[in-house]
Every structure is written in structure tokens, then in C-alpha cells.
Design a protein around this ligand. Structure first.
Ligand code: FAD
Length: 536
């Protein structure tokens, strides 16, 4: 039976790959229909699947659809598909798609196969376990698992939770580990890629390799932040900690950028018991607090007394911190928070606090998503720009961008700004950060809403102005979730040494440059992916 299924799968894949470049008597759709659902993975040419796989959250690149979408039922299926594509020898594109939350077509594979990672649910999930070697708990998860499902699973089995997060949990494990995975916990725990013990990866040759910091370490570190270039992550061993029950969530406003950044940097230098658990912030530009979709916190039940801020006409900055607690620490949380806030220089009378369950805090952006969806404001183009800016130049960035390029113009969405410590990032990973111990994430989370003052083109032009400003002033910023249009730009992004390492890993693990071609890093046959944005 197993041999028969394997043969069927082989036949199905053979038919699939044979349609690229070689004439066949049957249309691919007919072939795939015949061979569909062979017991292993399922190849789909359903137009709805193809349409979904040729778009993403960014919503402004229109790609030629893939030939098929592959729904694997486990790591073996992923390996079988990649092996078949590799053995074909002509670089058939294969892209893992986590949850399609990329901005610029990074998970697309025009004319190739998109592997839909996030719909497969493991029949039997692994339970969290304890390792004396690492001195803590971990859980093994499927690479396409969404972080929200990881959280719910680990909470239900031992009251545990991953240590490091993204702001939004409907992202896949493999997708965020291919970037870095950052949020307000990163200053202390490092990004998500610093909280992984082991990976299973299907390389571009279709080989399944287990890797860690000590075994096949070049692949392990290469894949972390590796933009999907060296293989498809099918299993990740994630570090866990006992989950706190509650969170004290605090926001405070600043008008003075120097005081704001000095306080943020002081907060992220605290690593003992006396520290906040999460440190982020956002810029309060022209739209004010109320139009900021991340600001549901400032709800009518908990209004911001903006009247007290009337004298501050310019840009404001909103610090956002949390302190975790549970039943045993509930009695002392007030004192601890007061002591920590006592050192800070925010505007008097602008502290806003709320208490909520830990899970609700972690899942906060999903609430905003549901609201935006109900108003038709979620599935719109998102010309996002994410930058890492060295701390020594963040004041120049503030002057040039928040007060200059943006000025009184609307930014089209929230602008996050928060610092991180480079020593919490492994220098061997593939992710590129500035050459300074402290650097800031500055994230322009823009939405091009129908009928809004600023069109998609205008927001994209603003992004280019910001990138040009960084280049012209030599600020040393690096793109996070990078998007570069040419190989020289990619080489400049990595710098000579890191580029050499990245390229040699590519040659070793994906020699036909078949994987994650939507990143546009290594040369591929021309695609029909056409940006909707104008070049001006
Ligand atoms: P996809 O977009 O599907 O894939 C991203 C890339 O990874 C593609 O190149 C793909 O081929 C590759 N890939 C996907 N799965 C695998 C795999 N299993 N193995 C190897 N390669 C794979 N990021 C943060 O760091 N912090 C945040 O707080 C944050 N918040 C966000 C909020 C929203 C609303 C959105 C839309 C995005 C946010 N992101 C954040 C960005 C997010 O990390 C990226 O979009 C990332 O790509 C994860 O999305 P995904 O799982 O849908 O991956």
C-alpha cells in the first residue's frame, strides 16, 4: 500500500514538474485532478488556492500564479516534493508559505509550487518537555504552526509559553524564524530566533537535516533569519517558560525625544528582577492617538486626557511597557511598577494603565484585526517599511523623518519605535542588524485605505524618501523584513563578509536556487511579478 501511494505521489509530482518546459499531452489541471489526494500531500490547482498563493498581506504585488499549491501532511511530503523538483534540474521554484503575511511577494512562486505550510495540523502534537541540558522547557512544533496555536497548546499543557514574541500571533513559526521575530520582549530574551534549540529543515536538495547550535550548525544559524533561502523548516524546538497569569500594561507620553530614548535605553539595560517584561513605543504623529489601530488601549472606557497635552503641538512619543505578575506577586506589582516608573521622565499626568490576562495582552493585535476586518480596512494594500536604526543616529532619524519627511503629513498607520540589545542576537544567524550594541526598530505599518488622503503611491514614495534619507545621511540603517530589488543591493544589505557566508550556504544547501525565490536574492529566470506601484 505504502509503495503504491509513493508511486502515485511520484506520478503526480512527475506530471507536475514535467509541465514546466516540456510539452505534455495533457493540461496540468487535468493531470493534477487525476492524481489528486494520493494519501500523502495534495497538489491543488484550485483557482482559489492559486489566487491566494499569488497574493499576500502587502497586497500590492500581483504575481503570476504558481502552477500548483501543495498541501503537505508532514515533513516527509515536503521532502518528497523538493526532491522531485530538485531532481528535475531546471530550478522549478518551490516556496514555503507560512500565513502569507509578507509584504512584497516573498512567499510567492510564480510558475512554481507554493507549499502551504500553515493549514496542516499535526495529528499528534508533541507535548512540552523538560531538558536538563538547556535547563528549561521546550516544545517541538510543526514549521507551519501559527504562534497563537503554539501558545494555546503550551498553556494547556503545563501552563507554559514561549519567551519571545511578535506583536501579532497569526504568523507562522517558520515564517517569523526566517526573519527574526521581534516584539517588546526582545531586549531581554532576544528575538524569536534566539529562543530556538533545534530545527528540522528540508534543504533545496530535498534532504531532511536536523540541526542545532552544535549539530549542522551552519544550516541552523543560516536558516535563522535566512529568509527561507536554505530550506523549509518543518520542525522547530521552541524555548518555553512558565506563563505569567496577568499583565500590567502601561503607557506614558513624551514630547522630548532625547528624554524618551534615554528612558527606553535605560529600561532595556535592566535585566535582573527589577525590570519591565516588555518595552515598546510608538510615535504619535499627525493622526493622533485615536486613529492608531494599535491604540485600542486608549478606549472610551480608558480615555486619554488629550486636553492636558494641548501645549504640545508637535510629535509625541508613547512609551509602552508591561510587568507580568501572578497570584503570588499580585500584592507587590504596584510597588514594583511605581519604582520602575519613578525613574522615568514622561510628561506628568500621562500614565495610563490597564490589567489584563497574559494571553489577551499577547493576542492584542488580533482584536484590532477583527475590528478592521469588520470595517473592510484589513484587506487593503500595506506598504510597510521596517528599519533597524543604530541608537547613535536615532535622534537624526527623528529630526529627518518624523519632523521632516512626515512633518504634518499622515503616516498611514502606526509607527513603532523601540530599542533592542545586539548581544541578545546571535552573530552567526543570517539576520542583518546595525553595527552597534543598541539599535531601534522603526516600523511604518501603513495601510492604503480606499479614499484616504494618502494613496498607495504616495505612501510608497514616502518610504523611498525615508530610505534615501538614510542612505544620504549614512545613518547605517538596515531593513528588517528586507526587500531589495537587485543583487548588489542585497550584497550591500549583508556587507561583504556576511554576503560571502550567505552565498556559500546557498550554494551548499539550495544549489539550484529553487527555494523562496520571492525574496529576489539570487538570480532566477525572469518572473511576471508586476508591482502595482509606479516607479516615480
Ligand atoms: P510568509 O509571509 O508566508 O513567509 C515569509 C518568508 O518565509 C517567505 O520567503 C517564505 O517562503 C518563508 N517561509 C515561510 N515558512 C517557511 C518555513 N517553514 N521554512 C522556511 N521558510 C519559510 N514580525 C515581527 O518580527 N514582529 C512583529 O511584531 C510582527 N507583526 C506583524 C503583524 C502583522 C499584522 C503582519 C502582517 C506581519 C507582522 N510581522 C511581524 C512580520 C512577519 O514576521 C512576517 O510577515 C513573516 O514573514 C511571517 O509571516 P508568515 O508566517 O505569514 O510568513
Amino acid at each position: 500500500m505504502a509503495r503504491c501511494l509513493a508511486f502515485m505521489l511520484f506520478l503526480q509530482l512527475y506530471c507536475l514538474v514535467s509541465t514546466v518546459g516540456l510539452p505534455l499531452p495533457l493540461e496540468p489541471a487535468e493531470l493534477l485532478q487525476l492524481g489528486s489526494d494520493v494519501g500523502g500531500g495534495r497538489l491543488s490547482v484550485d483557482p482559489a488556492d492559486l489566487r491566494e498563493a499569488s497574493g499576500d498581506f502587502g497586497g500590492f504585488t500581483r504575481a503570476e500564479p504558481p502552477l500548483a499549491v501543495y498541501h503537505p501532511r508532514g515533513a516527509g511530503d515536503v521532502a518528497a516534493l523538493v526532491r522531485a523538483a530538485y531532481s528535475r534540474g531546471d530550478g522549478l521554484r518551490v516556496s514555503a508559505r507560512g500565513h502569507g503575511h509578507s509584504i512584497s511577494g516573498q512567499a510567492q512562486a510564480p510558475g512554481g509550487v507554493v507549499v502551504d505550510m500553515s493549514r496542516h495540523k499535526a495529528a499528534a502534537r508533541a507535548l512540552p518537555a523538560y531538558s536538563s541540558a538547556v535547563g528549561g522547557h521546550y516544545v517541538d512544533v510543526w514549521g507551519g504552526e501559527l504562534w497563537i496555536d503554539v501558545l494555546n497548546w503550551t498553556l494547556a499543557h503545563g501552563g507554559l509559553a514561549p519567551r519571545s514574541w511578535t506583536d501579532y500571533l497569526y504568523l507562522s513559526v517558520g515564517g517569523t524564524l526566517s526573519n527574526a521575530g521581534i516584539s517588546g520582549q526582545a531586549f531581554h530574551h532576544g528575538p524569536q530566533i534566539s529562543n530556538v534549540y533545534e530545527l528540522d529543515i528540508v534543504t533545496g536538495k530535498g534532504e531532511t537535516v536536523t540541526c542545532s547550535a552544535t549539530t549542522n550548525s551552519d544550516l541552523f544559524f543560516g536558516a535563522l533569519g535566512g529568509l527561507g533561502q536554505f530550506g523549509i523548516i518543518t520542525r522547530a524546538r521552541i524555548a518555553l517558560e512558565p506563563a505569567p497569569r496577568k499583565v500590567r500594561w502601561i503607557r506614558a507620553l513624551y514630547s522630548n525625544f532625547t528624554e524618551f530614548t534615554a528612558d527606553q535605553e535605560r529600561l532595556i539595560s535592566q535585566h535582573g528582577g527589577r525590570r519591565f517584561d516588555y518595552v515598546e513605543a510608538f510615535v504619535v504623529a499627525a493622526e493622533g492617538l485615536i486613529n492608531n489601530w494599535r491604540s485600542s488601549f486608549f478606549s472610551p472606557q480608558n480615555p486619554v486626557k488629550l486636553s492636558s497635552l494641548k501645549q504640545h503641538t508637535g510629535v509625541l512619543y508613547c512609551l509602552e511597557v508591561t510587568k507580568n505578575y501572578d497570584d503570588s506577586t499580585a500584592a507587590t506589582v504596584d510597588q514594583e511598577v511605581d519604582a520602575l516608573l519613578g525613574d522615568l521622565n514622561f510628561l506628568p499626568g500621562t500614565v495610563f494603565t490597564t490589567d489584563l490576562p497574559y494571553v489577551d495582552f499577547l493576542d492584542r493585535v488580533h482584536k484590532a484585526e477583527l475590528k478592521l476586518r469588520s470595517k473592510g480596512m484589513w484587506e487593503v494594500p500595506h506598504p510597510w517599511l521596517n528599519l533597524f536604526v543604530p541608537a547613535s543616529r536615532i535622534a537624526d532619524f527623528d529630526r529627518g523623518v518624523f519632523h521632516g519627511i512626515l512633518g504634518s503629513r499622515t503616516s498611514g498607520g502606526p509607527i513603532l519605535i523601540y530599542p533592542m540589545n545586539k548581544h541578545k542576537w546571535d552573530p552567526m544567524s543570517s539576520v542583518v542588524t546595525p553595527d552597534e550594541e543598541v539599535f531601534y526598530l522603526v516600523a511604518f505599518l501603513r495601510s492604503a485605505l480606499p479614499g484616504a488622503a494618502q494613496t498607495l503611491d504616495e505612501l510608497a514614495r514616502q518610504n523611498r524618501q525615508i530610505l534615501d534619507f538614510c542612505a544620504d545621511t549614512g545613518i547605517g540603517a538596515k531593513q528588517y523584513l528586507p526587500n531589495h530589488k537587485s543583487q548588489p543591493s542585497w550584497e550591500a544589505h549583508f556587507g561583504p563578509e556576511r554576503w560571502a557566508r550567505f552565498a556559500s550556504l546557498k550554494a551548499k544547501y539550495d544549489p539550484r536556487a529553487m527555494l523562496a525565490t520571492g525574496q529576489g536574492i539570487f538570480p532566477q529566470p525572469a518572473t511576471d511579478s508586476a508591482p502595482l506601484l509606479s516607479d516615480s
